[in-house]
Design a protein. Structure first.
Length: 292
């Protein structure tokens, strides 16, 4: 237990080594770079940067001092979960790893991936309603019940809580960001609406943290005394962080979705104009007298 407040130096200066997590991140990065080398078309550098940043955020959340202080302050736990459930999944998904795999694999591999995407299980998992239901279950289940108190006292439950946050964020955001090809891609309005609904979900535990007159997680009482702070005041800070931070994150994602939809519509219009222009030119040539 630390007796020092969570300054930036303490958060970024205390790291742990998890061979499994580091191995998974390294393997994912290596496969991504291999895919870029094998890709049949030029792969955007910004997608590589996004995917890499997503892996770095994942490592930052789980290996730096953020994870250690999340066991001592609820406010730091909220920061950890916002990064784990929104930031890391969004950055990884914007890297479009499935689209890259389709571009890099040989025909047999592309056929296998396409078949998997058309499978019933995947089609059910990446539906916006299913992702939203899982996101809601995780956000409310880990903050409105005794699950988080149990996670603070048991490392296995804590690891499962982290995994649930990350994968619920991945499944919720995958059809909404739509960077990878998915069956039945939702409209821009539908994606915007799901993000706004998720903002409402996150505001529920935020409101409880802000206005509850009692400390919801007794585990934080002892660390708060060591850090010379109030567990209740920290709980209210956690509520404000979840309300403002979650709202800003969802708002930013909604803006990106809206901008992406406008750019896609502009490109479709350009293709339609080019098609009409080509048909018009062909018709004009057909009307010209022979021999002129």
């Amino acid at each position: 237990m630390s007796a020092q407040p969570p300054t930036l130096a303490h958060l970024l200066g205390a790291w742990t080594v998890d061979p499994v997590l580091l191995g998974v991140c390294a393997a994912a990065a290596a496969l991504y770079v291999w895919g870029m080398v094998r890709s049949r078309r030029r792969w955007p550098a910004w997608r590589l940067a996004s995917f890499t940043c997503g892996l770095l955020v994942l490592a930052l959340v789980l290996l730096s001092g953020i994870d250690r202080y999340a066991e001592e302050l609820l406010s730091m736990h909220v920061v950890e979960h916002l990064l784990l459930i929104l930031a890391a999944p969004a950055l990884i998904l914007w890297g479009a790893p499935v689209r890259l795999a389709l571009s890099a694999c040989p025909p047999a591999g592309r056929h296998a991936i396409a078949g998997l995407l058309r499978g019933r299980a995947v089609r059910l998992l990446i539906r916006p309603a299913g992702g939203f239901a899982l996101f809601t279950l995780v956000v409310l289940g880990t903050h409105m019940t005794g699950v988080h108190e149990a996670a603070l006292r048991n490392q296995t439950i804590h690891a499962c809580e982290h995994a649930a946050c990350f994968w619920s964020g991945m499944l919720f955001l995958a059809p909404l960001l739509a960077a990878d090809p998915i069956p039945h891609e939702p409209s821009a309005i539908a994606r915007f609406s799901w993000l706004m609904a998720a903002m409402v979900v996150m505001s529920l535990p935020a409101g409880v943290f802000l206005f509850d007159a009692h400390v919801r997680y007794p585990f934080y009482l002892a660390p708060a005394r060591v850090l010379h702070t109030s567990a209740l005041a920290d709980q209210r800070s956690a509520g404000m962080l979840m309300l403002v931070g979650g709202g800003l994150a969802m708002g930013a994602l909604a803006i990106v979705v809206a901008m992406g939809a406008m750019i896609a519509e502009e490109r479709r219009q350009q293709r339609r104009d080019a098609h009409l222009h080509g048909n018009g030119a062909a018709a004009h040539r057909a009307r010209e007298p022979a021999g002129i």
